[in-house]
Ligand binder design. Structure first.
Ligand SMILES: [Zn+2]
Length: 296
């Protein structure tokens, strides 16, 4: 009988080890974020916005963009609010997404409107609206895909989709009106604000924007280098840009503008989806995701 008992003992031992191994495997999969930023899915968000037509103020395309952004966020359990306000006599509809009751310590923003006039184009085309595949839709796409994959254990985050960024100098409109209205209504100051704009160019070169907060520049550009993206996040200051980070900086809030301003189709009718690549969206998304995972 002893050999049988021995056999039973080893069978239980074997089963025990198997059970422990399986439990450890399940635990690891439950705690570790396995979601990755999907550039192809983000590129589809660009296509889905561009198909509405230029998202100029008061247009049907603009209303469709709001509905689309809201729907995509609600699908992945973000609470969405539209901040209905006005700035200098113009209607503003900022889209705010959160999933925490706490006030945000990190804000990630992009503008969703596009420009009424392609005034960097030539001749009669200057009277047409900008399709805004890169200037508008690409930033929104990165935010939407981040919202799908961001783990729950980060500090409280808010995504803001700013209205009325891109129509300065047209019919008494100013630039960055949506973010100015948003900052004017802020009650608590976040620790960090990251703006993404024009980051879908298939020839991606993101230099340092000179107004940007130096701590955030250092954190994000060094993370880009760490994960092998230093070719695209170039650690050289180049442009000084009036973008949605400025109202935050003026309010004493650290903010960075991640923008590739070397884009020959800027404010022309040629700012179309074929100039944007899934790969570029993924490089920016993965860099931000890796940076977010280091934030406490
Ligand atoms: Zn623009």
């Amino acid at each position: 009988m002893i050999p049988t008992r021995k056999f039973q003992f080893f069978s239980f031992l074997f089963l025990g080890i198997l059970l422990i191994t399986f439990s450890v495997y399940l635990f690891n999969n439950a705690t570790k974020s396995t979601k990755r930023f999907n550039g192809a899915r983000a590129y589809q968000d660009v296509l889905n916005q561009v198909v509405f037509g230029p998202r100029t103020p008061e247009s049907t395309a603009h209303a469709n963009a709001i509905a689309y952004i809201r729907k995509e966020l609600e699908k992945v359990n973000w609470n969405v609010q539209i901040q209905e306000t006005e700035w200098q006599g113009f209607r503003i509809q900022n889209i705010i997404a959160s999933r925490s009751e706490l006030s945000p310590s990190i804000i990630i923003g992009a503008h969703y409107d596009s420009r009424i006039l392609a005034d960097q184009d030539t001749g009669v085309r200057q009277k047409e609206a900008v399709p805004g595949a890169n200037d508008g839709a690409s930033g929104v796409a990165v935010l939407l895909e981040l919202a799908r994959v961001i783990p729950y254990n980060t500090p409280p985050i808010e995504f803001i989709f700013f209205d009325a960024e891109d129509n300065g100098g047209i019919a008494n409109r100013q630039w960055i009106m949506g973010s100015q209205a948003f900052v004017a209504s802020l009650t608590n100051k976040p620790k960090s604000v990251v703006i993404v704009d024009m980051i879908g160019d298939s020839d991606l070169n993101i230099c340092i924007e000179t107004n940007s907060d130096s701590r955030l520049v250092s954190e994000i550009w060094s993370m880009a280098a760490k994960i092998g993206n230093e070719k695209y996040f170039i650690a050289t200051p180049k442009y000084t840009i009036l973008d949605d980070h400025i109202p935050f900086l003026e309010a004493g809030i650290p903010a960075v503008d991640i923008i590739d301003f070397d884009y020959p189709y800027w404010h022309t009718v040629a700012d179309t989806s074929d100039k944007v690549s899934a790969r570029s969206l993924e490089i920016v998304g993965n860099t931000l995701l890796a940076w977010l995972e280091t934030q406490k």
